[in-house]
Design a protein around this ligand. Structure first.
Ligand code: BGC
Length: 749
């Protein structure tokens, strides 16, 4: 027996080392090939590799000038070439006619699907499900690669704590741990096991870094982040992407602490390359190199090129500072040719990994199976799992026998429900809620009430109210059109736009129960109407299959599976808002809090209440991070920890008993949070460290166990040392960030 085990160990060892040997040989081969190629390239060709040329996907002609640039080796990559003939022709010129036959990479923003559109990324984040993130990006890669695309500008890994920011729609939400789990899954999905597989895409972790911390939630705005905050909150998702082998990273538009990210040596060289060990290439965001002029950091285009080069930016997106000036900058000794060689090597390495030297052309046999049944079912599943039930006065699920009034501007808006960054998804393939109700032969009456989300006209109210009267329950599909979130689409007011609130108030007068289904790119402030509605379901922009997904949720064929990946504010005035904030010296609590209407008239000037809150909206969100109801109920009981004191090598087991106390089977997403009570720098009041989906039959009880160690308690302090510190910790297991059963333990050196 012993011999047998020894044999087994040796075989495993040999096969592992065989694998490692193979990988390192492969690496050596392409590193050798890269060096050989580099030695043959002229300065102009090297500069050409750093050039990412943008085109318009609607372009009807392929300009001669562009072909000539490729022929001369002056372009390294393209974005948005969506005409298949142009893709083929440009690649043929690059491979057959350019001096060294270096293939091009074709890039595109394939963010949440290519043709089959999945929920917007914040919706995917609401699934808390890495498998969904992975399969959605796998399908997106499969479809997009049929169009010759081998590089996507995704995933976006910006932590977003402000719902005014339009790009919160594309973000993984406010929590670094959740973003880390999802980031890894996206990379695995896009890139697959082997990047040289022609149906995989090189991923791009963006936007490095701090873009989501734009002051006031105004897109592109200035960012001030202390280094510990940067390292503890904004960096972890990027680290996880790099550990997962992400091929490229995009630098962000914003400045951070006074230095634009696209010219930031510290971030791009020290942090990204030296510390995180990134060995793919860095691409600027659209014109972000030359935008350093408007930032007041670069004097002119040439200076911008010099600054980006000094920072270690490998490829320039659309602006032409490198193209126009790198040669002179090298001549003048302001940039060295060795630096440029590094950029080119980084770019060629990704081209080798993508297998483009062996297999540069689009595989014409690969159709992408756009909207294949399997893709649609995955998209539907993702939409179901992304919806978050926020309120339910027992109105949902509805029974088959009652008559439904479908009302609202998003009940049948195929284009809008696809959300931001859905260039390639066709509205003709979109399944809306109205279509799904029609197809299922359900008893419904329909009246839009408003033509589109911003519609201020009350002309349709009368008809909508009549429709509502003629029903047993109102399903109001409201929210925001797709164009109201995403890049450059920040809002100062995050209420339902147009006359939606007014219409809901009118409908409430009918006395019929109202279910508000929100399709939007951000949490929407509903505090003005919360008492007029009986249930609220957040569907984000649910994508191609949103209609069927929502129909099944309404009737309880499926349950809403999502949890909030961001705190849901009562009003924009509370923003930025995030659960993992720090305490103040006067933390807010319900005992001291004095609401505005309770302040005596003619009060003496005093710091009444004495704590950190708003007089008018208090200190709590409408719904906390991690929150989401289901069609059943769960009871958390009997939290236990394996030890009261652990040392740095120990693992701590934390468990609870979870019971499904409702009448339906259902899924809980059980969450574990930790608080480091005292730190060498102050620590957040709570931080998510683990979560787990738990399926329970009605009446069933399960023990749910998590294991954590001192690694999970580490943070970066002002000396930039990452370590866990001895002391007291609190740990909670619960259904969301504002609830849970608590225990304490001590971490001892
Ligand atoms: C966005 C990026 C995007 C790029 C290319 C920029 O405006 O910030 O996220 O990848 O355009 O379309």
């Amino acid at each position: 027996m012993k011999n047998y085990i020894l044999f087994f160990v040796i075989v495993v060892f040999l096969s592992c080392s065989e694998e490692t040997k193979q990988v390192s040989e492969e690496k050596q081969t392409y590193e050798k090939a890269i060096n050989e190629l580099l030695s043959k390239m002229t300065l102009e060709e090297k500069i050409g590799q750093t050039n990412l040329r943008g085109t318009s996907s609607r372009s009807k002609i392929l300009p001669e000038e562009l072909k000539e640039a490729v022929r001369k080796g002056n372009v390294g990559a393209f974005l948005n070439v969506m005409n298949l003939d142009y893709v083929d022709e440009l690649q043929k010129i690059a491979v057959e006619e350019s001096p060294n036959g270096i293939p091009l990479i074709f890039g595109r923003d394939v963010i949440h699907g290519f043709k089959t559109i999945f929920p917007i990324p914040i919706g995917l984040a609401a699934t808390w499900d890495a498998q969904i993130a992975k399969s959605s990006s796998e399908i997106a890669a499969f479809e997009a690669s049929a169009a010759g695309i081998r590089w996507t500008f995704a995933p976006m890994l910006d932590i977003a704590r402000d719902s005014r920011w339009g790009r919160i729609a594309e973000s993984p939400g406010e929590d670094p741990y959740l973003a880390t789990v999802l980031g890894r899954a996206y990379i695995e999905g896009f890139q697959g096991e082997d990047l040289s597989n022609p149906t995989s895409l090189a991923a791009c972790a963006k936007h490095f870094i701090g873009y989501g911390a734009a002051i006031g939630g105004r897109d592109y705005n200035t960012v001030n982040i202390s280094e510990p905050l940067l390292r503890n909150v904004y960096l972890p998702p990027f680290k996880s992407a790099i550990d997962a082998g992400v091929a490229t990273v995009m630098s962000s538009f914003n400045e951070i602490n006074g230095i634009p990210a696209s010219g930031n040596k510290f971030l791009l060289k020290q942090v990204l390359r030296n510390e995180l060990g990134f060995n793919g290439f860095v691409v600027s965001d659209w014109n972000s190199t030359t935008e350093m002029i408007a930032h007041g950091f670069a004097r002119d285009e040439k200076h911008a090129g010099e600054l980006s080069a000094a920072a270690g930016m490998d490829m320039e997106m659309t602006s032409t500072a490198y193209e126009n000036h790198l040669k002179d900058l090298i001549k003048e000794g302001k940039v060295t040719e060795e630096q440029l060689d590094e950029f080119v090597k980084n770019i060629l390495r990704v081209k080798f990994k993508l297998g483009l030297f062996k297999n540069p052309y689009r595989n014409k046999e690969h159709t992408g199976n756009f909207y294949a049944e399997k893709h649609l079912q995955e998209a539907k599943n993702a939409a179901i799992k992304s919806t978050v039930l926020l309120k339910n006065n027992s109105v949902l699920p509805i029974s088959q026998n009652i008559k439904v009034a479908i009302i609202g501007p998003l009940a049948n808006a195929p284009h809008e429900q696809l959300g931001t960054w859905s260039f390639d998804g066709e509205k003709e393939h979109t399944n809306t809620p109205l279509m799904a109700f029609k197809k299922a032969n359900t008893k419904y009456v329909f009246s839009k009430g408003l033509d589109y989300s911003r519609d201020k006209s009350t002309d349709g109210f009368k008809e909508a109210i009549k429709t509502a009267r003629n029903s047993d329950v109102i399903l109001f599909f409201g929210g925001e059109e797709a164009i109201l979130s995403g890049e450059a689409h920040s809002r100062a007011n995050i209420d339902l736009p147009g006359a939606q609130e007014q219409l809901i108030k009118e409908l409430a007068k009918t006395g019929k129960p109202i279910v508000l289904i929100i399709m939007a790119g951000r949490p929407i402030s509903i505090s003005n109407i919360i008492d007029d509605i009986d249930a609220v379901l957040m569907a984000w922009h649910p994508g191609t299959m949103g209609g069927e997904a929502l129909h099944e949720i309404m009737y309880g064929i499926q349950e809403p599976g999502g949890r909030l990946p961001v705190s849901w504010p009562k009003t924009a005035g509370q923003l930025p808002f995030f659960y993992n904030h720090k305490n103040t010296g006067r933390p807010a609590d319900s005992v001291k809090f004095v609401p505005i209407d309770k302040i005596p008239i003619g009060s003496w000037q005093s710091s009444l209440g004495n704590e950190s809150h708003y007089l008018d909206v208090g200190y709590k969100p409408q719904y906390p991070f991690g929150y989401g109801l289901t069609y059943t109920n769960f009871k958390y009981e009997n939290i236990q920890i394996s030890k009261d004191t652990i040392n740095f090598e120990d693992e701590l087991s934390v468990k609870i008993s979870l019971k499904n106390t409702g009448k339906r089977d259902g899924k809980d997403i059980t969450q574990l949070y930790v608080q480091d009570a005292v730190g060498s720098i102050t620590r957040p009041v709570k931080e998510l460290k683990r979560f787990m989906p738990v399926f329970l039959k009605s009446g069933e009880t399960k023990e749910v166990e998590f294991r954590i160690s001192s690694k999970d308690l580490e943070f970066v302090n002002y000396e930039m040392i990452k370590a866990a510190e001895e002391g007291n910790f609190n740990v909670w297991i619960g259904p969301h960030s504002a609830s849970g059963l608590k225990k304490s333990f001590y971490l001892k050196k």
